[in-house]
Design a protein around this ligand. Structure first.
Ligand SMILES: *Cc1c(COP(=O)(O)O)cnc(C)c1O
Length: 428
């Protein structure tokens, strides 16, 4: 067996047993129970390092999109490697304050519906930049900044009208989407912003969608942003920041994927679009940093045959990982104990489903895998992004626990909820 991990994922077999950064997943299931989110700290650091290396030649701040995975321990880990944060709510701001207070000066605040209390909290925290998405928001932010006696640095989130090939629910850069301000109107809105008290137009931001694999849409949208920055500077605005947003995708299937080479292509596209502009680049990667570092570990409860269809019923469900139900997303599934002569498991085609009362509660349909039997453990790969952060209590199920493997040691970073903890806010 090869000793170097050439996979883009930290989940690899050692002696037919699946491990994460050297820790046996069977041991984790025994210790912490299932369903369980398992993350590799090294894998997250490695991804951040790839981006840092590729962009080192130009002034930049990487602002991790907190919504991808907002666990405090993961925010802390990223901040220790100088990462900033992209937040979309006052709740996410509070997470950064608790996990990484020294990173508040590296926070950008995005979102179409910022509320007054959220603006006030962000102003008090002296965040780096507000990404403003409408003229109405500009007016309110100006009032709040004046009331606080602060100057809010702003970027308008412009909509470059660039099409990016991804799932329609996570594409955002077209005119028809709710996000941002049409780029044609931007100069006029910047003029207005500059007139309003306590606002300082300092950047331009763009975010065209999520899980974008091709680098061309990033290059196109930043070329449009570049022209706008030149016009805005000619209009007298001191535009120093270009926020290219997030959205850089990963390979969820088992096709070859070289993250370092992908980052190099992404960086080349962005750097050439902005070459000579003399701006500080901000990026908001979410999925790329954390998706492949995590997996959802689950135990098979039952199997059953309905007519010609075989079902594997796992203890994890759509409330723990909703991506398949919400976006028809594909997740690779691996048995924790690989099939072998001692552990004979012929291939079988089955639907892998959860216990929730919805037909949409499936992880895979007609997937051919080594047969899974009651009591077996399996993992859903690439579940580190938009997994736990989208978990719900549907069917009055508690959230999974989370474990981070760091320096070869597992550490519980979120306890499993209890029925008492989830019922506590309810009144009879
Ligand atoms: C969701 C989001 C991101 C992160 O997207 P990824 O696809 O996870 O990289 C970044 N910026 C904004 C404004 C977002 O809404």
């Amino acid at each position: 067996m090869s000793t170097t991990n050439t996979s883009p994922r930290p989940f690899i077999y050692a002696d037919n047993r699946l491990t994460c950064s050297g820790v046996d997943l069977t041991d984790l299931a025994d210790t912490y129970g299932t369903p369980l989110y398992v993350y590799s700290a090294d894998a997250i650091r490695e991804r951040l390092g790839m981006l840092q290396t590729e962009f080192a030649a130009i002034p930049n701040t990487l602002c991790y999109a907190v919504k991808a995975n907002s666990s405090l321990a993961i925010l802390k880990l990223l901040s220790e490697q100088d990462c900033g944060f992209d937040i979309v709510s006052g709740g996410e701001l509070e997470r950064v304050r608790r996990a990484a207070p020294s990173a508040l000066s590296r926070v950008v605040f995005s979102g179409v519906g910022k509320q007054v209390w959220e603006m006030d909290a962000a102003l008090a925290a002296d965040i780096l930049l507000f990404n403003v998405e409408s003229e109405a928001e500009l007016e309110i932010l100006s009032q709040r900044a004046s009331a606080a006696g602060k100057i809010a640095r702003i970027a308008l989130r412009v909509n470059p009208d660039v099409f990016a090939e991804t799932h329609p629910y996570i594409s955002t850069g077209l005119r028809e989407h709710k996000f941002g301000i049409a780029i044609e109107r931007a100069r006029e809105v910047y003029r207005r912003a500059a007139q309003l008290p306590n606002l300082e137009p300092a950047g331009v931001s763009v975010h065209i969608g999520s899980q974008i694999r091709d680098v061309e849409p990033f290059a196109q949208s930043l070329q449009r942003v570049r022209s706008l920055v030149e016009e805005l500077r000619a209009d007298g605005h001191n535009i120093r920041y270009v926020d290219g947003g997030g959205g850089f995708g990963i390979e969820y299937g088992n096709a070859a994927f070289n993250p370092a080479a992908s980052v190099a292509a992404y960086a080349t596209a962005i750097r050439s679009a902005l070459d000579g502009l003399n701006a500080h680049l901000l990026l908001e990667p979410g999925r790329f940093l954390v998706a492949q570092a995590g997996a959802l570990l689950t135990r098979v409860l039952y199997t059953k045959q309905n007519g010609t269809k075989h079902f594997v019923i796992a203890d994890a469900a759509m409330n723990d990982l909703i991506r398949p139900a919400l976006y028809q997303a594909h997740h690779e599934i691996l048995p924790v104990i690989a099939a072998s002569p001692e552990h004979a498991r012929p291939n079988q085609t089955a639907d892998i489903v959860g216990p929730v009362c919805e037909t949409g509660d499936f992880f895979a349909r007609d997937r051919t895998l080594p047969e899974l039997r009651a009591g077996d453990l399996a993992v859903l790969l690439d579940a580190g992004a938009y997994g736990m952060s989208l978990a719900s209590h549907y069917n009055t199920r508690v959230h999974p626990a989370e474990v981070l493997i760091d320096h070869g040691q597992p550490r519980l970073i979120r306890r499993r909820e209890t029925l008492d903890s989830i019922l506590a806010p309810e009144l009879l």
